[in-house]
Design a protein around this ligand. Sequence first.
Ligand code: DON
Length: 331
Amino acid sequence: MVQGTANWSTQLNKEWLQEYVDDWVRFYRKHTSAGKVADYIPMLKEANPDHLGITIIGSNGTKIRSGDVDIPFTIQSISKVISFIVACMERGVGYMLDRVDVEPTGEAFNSIMHLEMRQVKKPFNPFVNAGAITVTSMLPGKTSDEKLEPMFQLLEEMLGYRPSLNVDVYESERDSSMRNRAIGYYLLETGFLESDLNITLETYFKQCSIEITVDDLALIGLILANDGADPKTQQEIIPRQVARIAKALMLTCGMYDASGKFATYVGVPAKSGVSGGIIAVAPPRVRDESLPFINGCGIGVFGPSLDEKGNSVAGIRLLRHIASQWDLSIF
Ligand code: DON
């Protein structure tokens, strides 16, 4: 069933969609063997490389869940979307964009080279580590817990519960992440940081260690697809302008140095994390009423086996397949 395109117009009921997605997850689970789990943070090595799960939530409330959907995992770099949104809400969009650029780097997420070689006036974008650590330093508050509070509040408003911190992953990253300390010292030397370096790094490691599920990612994705408003009440959770900038950055920088390929072959704003999560945002489209999720959907994927860029290997392939079957691309 994986090959070939169905006539979706006759099959828009949930049971049909569920069967298809179950089939695709079964098929792409075999692709997990093409990658390996992150090992540079000791605790992440514990993940099961065979896991693959997906949740899709549509604007009308249709929810498709398939595969390993009940395994909590740490949000990792997907937290960079949340911290950037919160910083824009707390400090203002103009303030943030004056201090962090919105250009893709074409380098790995933890690269320090581009900062030094190009003598930049501000970090390239909020989704590479240099930019994300700078953003975190701009969150209000003197302690890491104060800085994290507005992130937790936004998550709670979107998810309806307050996620918790995976302390083991936090301590594991805190005790092993020499690269992020190097980036931090470079940012300190160049005057980009607005808070104490140790507090900033502590906050960054903690925000990466917030534990979520694919259901949570799909819900956040749906709110972004809906330009920041609650899909049920249409009440604003994230200002529309901030949601739009976040989506533009997800499209251009969200999958790191694989963002161009992801935009070409999948074509929706997305953000990955090294624990294997991907959040994808499919905005409403108008071209064909018979397609599934025509009014937009949020997608959460979990597949800890990663490709060489640090993105879920089977997760990307699964998303690519779904996007082509359902014509999700925004282009
Ligand atoms: O900065 C780090 O090393 C991690 N805590 C987050 C990195 C990450 O998720 C990169 N994503 N693909």
